[in-house]
Design a protein around this ligand. Structure first.
Ligand code: ZN
Length: 158
């Protein structure tokens, strides 16, 4: 889990967004007049279970950071600090703009799949004792340690 997910888990999107615009309870969600278009609404729905907002008027949507970014016209990192300040929790100390790559959930899933997969291939190389693979690695003068360090792996034919 990223530091940003952790922060999101520790704050409530309803109370954060509710500190900028009035929200009223509507069934299992909350709704308010959307600040991102000329809303006659209330068209903005805030779902505390999913921790997302969505406007049915202008289709703006996202998580708590996205809302604060758009609302205050600030960067992602600034929005993280802002959310922490509003929620009264400690912001990560060394948060820098350049360290932050905003990765959407889908890409995050693919990254984590690739990490798992490369771990699997690495395990196969070091434990499967496939002669061809081992000989090739030896011919490149790579030690087991090198293979671990650089995540070199072997993909079994199966
Ligand atoms: Zn809107």
């Amino acid at each position: 889990m990223s530091i940003f997910d952790e922060i999101k888990n520790n704050v409530d999107i309803v109370s954060i967004i509710g500190s900028y615009i009035p929200l009223v309870k509507a069934g299992s969600s909350y709704k308010g007049v959307c600040p991102f278009h000329n809303d006659k609404g209330p068209s903005l729905m805030v779902n505390s279970q999913k921790q997302i907002f969505h406007c049915f008027g202008c289709d703006e949507a996202g998580d708590v950071f996205k809302f604060v970014q758009l609302y205050k016209h600030i960067s992602f990192v600034e929005s993280v600090k802002e959310v922490c300040a509003v929620a009264g929790i400690k912001a990560p100390a060394d948060l820098k703009e350049k360290d932050v790559e905003q990765i959407d959930a889908e890409t995050q899933r693919l990254y984590s799949l690739m990490v798992d997969l490369s771990g699997f291939y690495n395990y196969q190389l070091l434990n499967n004792e496939n002669e061809t693979a081992i000989n090739y690695v030896k011919s490149r003068n790579l030690t087991n340690e090198d293979c671990k360090t650089f995540g070199i792996g072997y993909c079994p034919e199966s």
